[in-house]
Write a protein that binds this ligand. Structure first.
Ligand code: ME8
Length: 630
């Protein structure tokens, strides 16, 4: 029987302009939802918008609209963004919908009827932008909101209170009995300390504004936005009438939230549920906070990163990949264009892109695009297959734990293993020597590894994995073990999935000059010293592996000197000899000769190591051999 899997994002303030922080939570949930669908779970993925409160009321007033008109107009920003980013939610709840209001009323009534909600008087400092009341100590001498630092207003009003104090003990017991309830663990400790410091009863209605769900039978009161908003997780399922969907999916497997709203989800929400005798969500996972080049994202700093702009410029899948690969899920992260471009070029265009091209190229060159049946061993499968299966095990484990970065690292380990396998098995030599049976194994093993990678990246990069699957002639499934199911597939030409990107002034962050101050100072050289180095373009006319060396290639290079130079280069783990043929590279031409593995080398090929420790040779295009580089 399939498991149910219910996952939620927070509901976003409808009037906010969506930025990458919002996209982060939603993409993370989408990845988890897609993964669980692939492994056969019955998934329900909910997102939506938070549409009530004083903030919306004021914004609408300023614009000469009703709050409902404002919400109806701006909700499309979130809906359009989720479409752009390929979000696969099953439902989108708006707190202004009737199904939601009915559910909130039901919960409120039950708690009031049983005496857990009572009428009292509230006096406190209120921060309108944060929709939060604060105590005297919290606002301090500056009388400012401890969260956003803005001025707060003193409000005194009649209010309904929820007896939160009565549920501190049961909540603590629940947290202790369910160590995974709050994740990551550091966040759990933070919440435990908060509960230990004492829970007061919570004011859950307001009379100072109008835009919200009215308290049942007392319409002078509007229900507090957090009581209203948190209930969405149940009201979307049909809690009010205890629909089949509600019975099937509640409690949620995970509420994914940013660390800023953890307390609402792990103290307020569970105490409402405990009071109502309802099951608690199984997990609340708090992810970290994104800054932009070290600064908090804010409209006033004009540094809010628009996910639609990023997706248009770099593609949807690369953005989804970057968000989940760059920062360990749960930790804070910093967004920069350099980091994004670096990931696209090295992980996607280079590592994954090279593997796709190599496999597709060889499959068409040697087997007319049909994946052969596995035949005689190459001698490398006994190491490779268990290593891939182990990495896939790490992948599934990481996916279950929401450790998305670890899942991606496991996939990239496989990509690297496959790239090395191709270099080691040398399919081109097998072909040349007529070893068709061994060649069949080399190609089918590489293609099967790629099939598993396509399955594993599907939740992160759905479009790209679909294109890989189509080119490989397979279907994406939730299979993560080497089975050679790929054998016999008829491939199509592999499209170019990831183009390299240049960091142009357009993509360069605006404060680049500021950053230059951070570059460590290097010892400076005179111009003459630079001229003493002769850099020249060299065309590689022959390349072969150096025997008994896993790192070295022996290259014959034309530097326009009439004779060829022998250059030994340590790039064998990054390039197969055939990949270098006829390529023009940058060469240090006046280096003193040196012997490497007994071979005299007369020069050096320029290359840099990328973030995955692979060499990237500096290739030149349309430059004649011997041309000076300066
Ligand atoms: O809090 N980095 O909505 P919201 C990472 N309506 N994540 C960020 C971020 C950043 N810089 N900025 C925002 C609300 N987020 C309430 C929720 S739920 C019942 C009600 C993420 O629109 C973060 O996850 O202000 C935050 O929790 C979420 O956006 C919603 O923000």
């Amino acid at each position: 029987m399939s498991r149910t899997f219910y996952i939620t994002t927070p509901i976003y303030y409808v009037n906010d302009v969506p930025h990458i922080g919002h996209a982060y939570t939603t993409v993370a949930c989408d990845v988890a939802a897609r993964y669980h669908r692939l492994i056969g779970d019955d998934v329900y993925f909910l997102t939506g918008t938070d549409e009530h409160g004083m903030k919306i009321e004021r914004a609408a007033h300023d614009k000469g609209e009703t709050p409902q008109q404002l919400a109806d107009r701006v909700v499309t920003r979130f809906q359009a963004l989720w479409k752009t980013l390929g979000i696969s939610h099953n439902d989108f709840i708006r707190t202004t919908e009737e199904r939601h209001k009915r559910g909130v009323h039901k919960l409120f009534r039950q708690l009031r009827d049983q005496g857990d909600i009572y009428l009292g008087e509230y006096e406190g400092w209120y921060c309108t932008p944060c929709e939060s009341f604060w105590t005297e100590t919290q606002v301090g001498d500056e009388i400012a909101c401890p969260d956003c630092g803005r001025n707060v207003e003193k409000l005194k009003e009649q209010s309904y209170f929820f007896k939160m104090s009565a549920y501190a003990q049961p909540l603590m017991e629940h947290i202790k009995a369910n160590p995974d309830f709050i994740q990551p663990a550091s966040r759990r400790n933070e919440i435990v300390r908060f509960i230990e410091s004492g829970l007061k009863d919570l004011s859950i209605s307001r009379t100072s504004f109008d835009w919200g769900i009215k308290v049942p039978d007392d319409p002078a009161h509007v229900i507090y936005v957090w009581f209203d908003a948190l209930s969405n997780y149940m009201t979307a399922l049909g809690y009010e009438s205890e629909d089949e969907k509600y019975r099937r999916f509640w409690p949620a497997n995970v509420h994914m939230v940013g660390k800023d709203i953890l307390r609402f989800h792990t103290v307020y929400w569970p105490t409402f549920l405990l009071a109502a005798g309802l099951p608690l969500p199984k997990k609340v996972f708090a992810h970290g906070w994104w800054t932009i080049e070290g600064k908090k994202m804010s409209k006033s700093l004009m540094n809010v990163v628009d996910p639609t702009m990023l997706a248009e410029r770099f593609g949807i899948d690369p953005i989804r990949y970057f968000l989940l690969r760059e920062v360990p899920f749960g930790m804070d992260g910093d967004f920069s264009m350099q980091a994004l471009v670096g990931r696209i070029n090295s992980d996607l265009a280079n590592d994954l892109g090279n593997l796709l091209n190599r496999i597709s190229g060889m499959m068409f060159r040697y087997c007319e695009g049909k994946v052969p049946l596995r035949s005689a061993a190459t001698g490398f499968e006994d190491d490779l297959i268990p290593a891939i299966n182990r990495a896939m095990h790490d992948y599934t484990h990481a996916m279950e734990e929401y450790a998305f970065h670890k899942a991606l690292i496991a996939i990239w380990d496989i990509i690297s293993l496959l790239n090395k396998y191709i270099v080691a098995t040398e399919p081109w030599t097998l072909k040349k020597n007529g070893k068709e049976d061994v060649l069949a194994t080399a190609l089918s093993t590489a293609a099967e590894g790629l099939r598993l990678c396509a399955n594993a990246i599907a939740p992160f990069m759905p479009e790209s994995s679909e294109k890989i699957a189509q080119a490989l002639g397979i279907q994406i499934t939730g299979e993560y073990e080497m089975s050679y199911a790929v054998c016999g597939a008829q491939m199509e030409q592999m499209p170019i999935l990831f183009e390299r990107v240049e960091l142009t002034p357009e993509t360069q962050p605006s404060n680049a000059t500021e950053n230059q101050a951070d570059v460590p100072s290097l010892p400076l050289i005179e111009f003459d010293q630079f001229l003493a180095v002769s850099l020249r373009a060299g065309k590689i006319v022959h390349a072969e592996k150096v025997q008994k060396s896993s790192k070295l290639l022996k290259l014959s290079v034309d530097l326009g000197e009439g004779t060829l130079r022998t250059i030994v280069s340590g790039i064998a783990q990054s390039y197969a000899p055939e990949e270098l043929l006829d390529k023009t590279v940058s060469v240090v031409a006046n280096l003193k000769p040196a012997k490497l593995m007994g071979i005299e080398s007369n020069g050096m090929i320029l290359a840099a190591k990328n973030s995955r420790n692979r060499h990237e040779v500096l290739f030149l295009h349309d430059v004649a051999p011997g041309t000076e580089i300066k």
